[in-house]
Design a protein around this ligand. Sequence first.
Ligand SMILES: NC(=O)c1ccc[n+]([C@@H]2O[C@H](COP(=O)([O-])OP(=O)(O)OC[C@H]3O[C@@H](n4cnc5c(N)ncnc54)[C@H](OP(=O)(O)O)[C@@H]3O)[C@@H](O)[C@H]2O)c1
Length: 269
Amino acid sequence: MAAESTTSTTTPVVGAGLPLKDRVAIVTGASRGIGRAIALHLASLGAKLVINYSSNPAPAHLLASQINNSSTIPHAISIKADISDPAQVKSLFDSAESAFNSPVHILVNSAGVLDSKYPTLADTTLDDFDNTFNVNTRGAFLCCKESANRIKRGGGGRIICLTTSLVAALRPCYAAYVGSKAAVESMVKILAKELKGTGITANCVAPGPIASDMFFAGKTEEMIQRAVDENPLGRLGQTDDVVPLVGFLASDAGQWVNGQIIRVNGGYV
Ligand SMILES: NC(=O)c1ccc[n+]([C@@H]2O[C@H](COP(=O)([O-])OP(=O)(O)OC[C@H]3O[C@@H](n4cnc5c(N)ncnc54)[C@H](OP(=O)(O)O)[C@@H]3O)[C@@H](O)[C@H]2O)c1
């Protein structure tokens, strides 16, 4: 199965009256997979986009060009930053503010890693455990911390972290990954309460299996088929199955949803 077949090709159209017009959104891990689809969707809703990546610039630059070519006003930039490094997260926000001459309104933290060896806890190396927690937990913490201090107060502020339905499904061979995401779900629920009075909401979107590079990495055909068979809707999730929920949470219509973990998985758990 080719990961490219899951890539969204929606071309954003920017105009007046769009729900995220004049809002600045940072999407981490937006060069590929779910983050890429979210960036395209938020751009189609009118947001000015910061497309973050960590290692591979080409797809991030291409996505920014695709968004900018669809509009007379450039409204996407791509920025390299490792979200596990506090200085780089700070500079990601600095770049967003200076590029668009505006505070950031929306943070979607989609950057993440999964150990594609699928080890049991007993077989998980300390290096792999540390790498998983560095990106998934420390990275989410740093993005949430910077967001809590810098996202615009007074309405429209949004923090959305991608976690996983595996926190509910608790399948063997995902101990470090699920632990790293469960921590984020707890932090985000507390953060939502701590942001009382700011108008900023904080939520997690927790997909089930979604056809992306991360999902296919290291999986046998049998593992992929099992994910299909486990799903009441009889297929893998696609990146575009996740984006409408993120768009809703990011918009004013989503303002009453706060401190929640929303599992979006076709009903497999
Ligand atoms: N796919 C699924 O089945 C699934 C299910 C549930 C939850 N999720 C979660 O959804 C999110 C997106 O997953 P995906 O499937 O889209 O993953 P993906 O296709 O592997 O893409 C990962 C993205 O994260 C970026 N990234 C990795 N490490 C980073 C770091 N330290 N700093 C900044 N960016 C970094 C990558 O950039 P580079 O390419 O430049 O390294 C890439 O853009 C993840 O948090 C994942 O845990 C995925």
